[in-house]
Each structure stands twice: as structure tokens, then as C-alpha cells.
Design a protein around this ligand. Structure first.
Ligand code: KG4
Ligand code: ZN
Length: 343
């Protein structure tokens, strides 16, 4: 623990390289973000319409040292000011994760400070603790990212139960695959949100299905939506639908079921709060609709600002803080795993 102005503080440097963002953050005491650097590879992967794992790993390698240096310099910190290292070690692209994990091990070894490996999805959930360290349990958290769509019941730190999950595509995939069908470039989700919002798209312009999977189910299915979008695009009756109306209609079909099931899950499980997490939690319409539904149900809601919803190291650092507080440490043998369920 470092000493700063007479008070005990814990400065953690966190690293995230699980997909296509090379990110480093320095966070003091779990929620005071001193720096959060995100070197995105989005432009690089836009050329191929998606992430090519080998290209991502090479790019992480090229960026890693510079991003660490920038993370420290923006925080006004030197290596000696860092008390522990947190790193995303699972799940993700193996080659990409390895770059961050190797850097983390080297730092922990050289500085003789604790190392803790963090589950990427757990970190997405913890982005909410960056916003509000006083969140009271139990909470229901909707995790919506490029590879995940799950409703978690969280009863305490580290205590997760999945009460609903997608049976096929993730919500982020539904956004990105629909975007591709509409001719919207990668990363599609972000642009669909922007088009629908800024150009006031009509949410009812194209009729699209909502898979509810039965009245009691908290599960999701988005593969039918993708097919429906493909059919609707090919239908001459929709030839005159404006791009922003396509965007708004697709977005609404995804957001409708996410909101409905999350609120039902929260109510059924006595949650004291609803949390949003993952890249799709950056979606402005999801935020707006979830907030309105939470207000109607008398439930408070927290969502991280967009920059902490998509992949970033501040969330890794925050989750690492709670692990370290609970006494967890990893050795230099820390593994890198392409897949591992959180619950
Ligand atoms: O969490 P994340 O950054 O990476 C993964 O761990 O997957 O999530 C990326 C996903 C992509 O599918 C992207 O299109 C989606 O989040 N996304 C959005 C928005 N921002 C990112 N989807 C809808 N609206 C957004 N504003
Ligand atoms: Zn993610």
C-alpha cells in the first residue's frame, strides 16, 4: 500500500488486451480513475469487417509499452507509486490476452508487487463500482457485449448467479450482424445507435420480431432477428425505408426484450438495483428505455458512462481492487484462458 498525504491508498495499474483494445488504467482505491488509456484497433479491423486475432495480437505487442507509459504519465505516477497489478486473463482471444498478461507479470515481478488476474465479464460488471462504490446487494446486472448476453443476480462481491442468457447470438452480435446486412460499417452497434439518435429514426418503420421464449423465461434469442432483418432488406416493400429508420427499428427490437426481461428478473429476485454492463450498455436507447422502465418499477439503476462500458482497463482495475481487498493474489504462473464461465 502506498502512502499519500498521510492516508493509506492503493494504486492499481490495470491492463486489458482481451480483444481489440490495448488499454491501461491507474485507479486509486477502486474508483478514483487517475488515468484510463484506450488504444483502439477499430480502424485496423474495419478493413476486414471484424477482428482478425493474429492482427490484434501483433497490434497489442506494438502498443503495450507505450500505453503503459502513457497510463502512468497521465496519472502523474511513477512505477514506484503502483501497489498492485490487475490484468484481464480470461476469457478472450488467447494471443491478445497473452500480451497483456506477460506485461502484467513482468511489472509485478520487477516491482515486487501483487498480481491479480481478472475475468473480463466480471470486470464489465465492476465498471458500475467505478461510478458508485456504495452499490447495495443484491443487484441484477444485464451484461451485453459482443460475445455475451446474460442476466446476473449478484448477491455480494464475487457471488454471481446467471438467471438468463442468450441461447444463440449475443446482443452485440445482433447489432453488428444487422448492421452488416444494412451496409453499416464495423463497428456496427455504435453507428446504429448514432444514426437512430441523431437522425431521429422511426422505431416502427420496419416490423421485426421479438423472441420472448415464454412468459417465465429470462433467456434471449437473437438469431431470428438477424434472419428477419435479412428478409426485410430483401423485401421490395421496404425499398424506401431510410437508413436511420432501419437503424431505429433494429435497435428497438433488441432493446425491447433486453429491458423487459431485465426488469422482470430484477422484480422476481428482489434486486435492490439494476446495473448495465458490457459494450452494448453504451447504447443510448437501451439506457433511456431501461431508465424509464426502472423508474416505473421503482428500481434504482446504474450504468457506467459509455467509455467504461466498452472494453477498458479501468474496469479491470476496479474488479482487481475488490479481489485484492478479499486477499486474493495470483502467482507468476497465472494462466490465460480463451473461455471460462463466470457462473
Ligand atoms: O464489451 P465490448 O466492448 O467487447 C466485448 O467484450 O465483446 O462490446 C463490444 C460490442 C460490439 O458488438 C459493439 O457493436 C457493441 O458492443 N456496442 C454497441 C454500442 N457500443 C458498442 N452496441 C450498440 N450501441 C452502442 N452504442
Ligand atoms: Zn468486453
Amino acid at each position: 500500500m502506498g502512502e499519500c498525504g498521510g492516508e493509506h491508498t492503493m494504486n492499481i495499474l490495470g491492463i486489458e488486451t482481451s480483444c481489440d483494445e490495448t488499454s491501461v488504467a491507474v485507479v486509486r482505491d477502486g474508483s478514483d480513475v487517475r488515468s484510463s488509456i484506450i488504444a483502439s484497433q477499430a480502424d485496423l479491423h474495419a478493413k476486414t469487417g471484424g477482428v482478425v486475432p493474429e492482427v490484434a495480437s501483433r497490434q497489442h505487442l506494438e502498443q503495450m509499452n507505450a500505453v503503459i507509459a502513457e497510463g502512468l504519465s497521465v496519472a502523474g505516477a511513477a512505477f514506484q507509486d503502483i501497489d498492485a497489478i490487475a490484468v484481464a486473463n480470461r476469457p478472450g482471444l488467447l494471443g491478445a490476452l497473452l500480451v497483456g498478461v506477460s506485461a502484467a507479470k513482468a511489472l509485478a515481478y520487477a516491482l515486487r508487487i501483487p498480481l491479480v488476474g481478472v475475468h473480463h465479464i466480471e470486470a464489465h460488471i465492476y465498471a458500475n463500482w467505478l461510478v458508485d462504490p456504495r452499490i447495495e446487494f443484491p443487484v441484477v446486472c444485464l451484461v451485453v457485449s459482443g460475445g455475451h448476453t446474460e442476466i446476473f443476480l449478484v448477491r455480494g462481491h464475487g457471488d454471481y448467479q446467471i438467471i438468463g442468457r442468450t441461447r444463440d447470438d449475443a446482443a452485440g452480435e445482433a447489432f453488428d450482424k444487422s448492421a452488416r446486412l444494412l451496409g453499416v460499417p464495423y463497428p456496427g452497434g455504435v453507428l446504429i445507435d448514432k444514426m437512430a439518435r441523431e437522425l431521429h429514426g422511426n422505431t416502427q418503420a420496419v416490423k421485426l420480431p421479438r423472441a420472448r421464449l415464454g412468459a417465465d423465461s429470462f433467456d434471449f434469442s437473437f438469431s431470428g432477428l438477424k434472419t428477419a432483418v435479412a428478409n426485410a432488406v430483401a423485401d421490395p416493400a421496404n425499398a424506401d425505408v431510410a437508413p436511420q429508420d432501419w437503424a431505429a427499428s433494429v435497435q428497438e427490437a433488441i432493446v425491447d426484450v433486453l429491458v423487459e426481461k431485465t426488469i422482470r428478473a430484477a422484480t422476481a429476485n428482489g434486486a435492490r438495483r439494476v446495473l448495465l454492463a458490457g459494450g452494448v450498455a453504451a447504447n443510448s436507447r437501451l439506457n433511456e428505455r431501461m431508465q424509464a422502465a426502472c423508474n416505473a418499477a421503482g428500481l434504482p439503476m446504474t450504468a457506467p458512462p459509455p467509455v467504461y462500458c466498452t472494453d477498458n482497463a479501468a474496469m479491470i482495475t476496479c474488479a482487481g481492487y475488490y479481489h485484492l481487498l478479499a486477499g486474493r493474489r495470483d502467482t507468476l504462473e497465472l494462466d490465460t484462458l480463451s473461455s471460462e464461465r463466470l457462473a
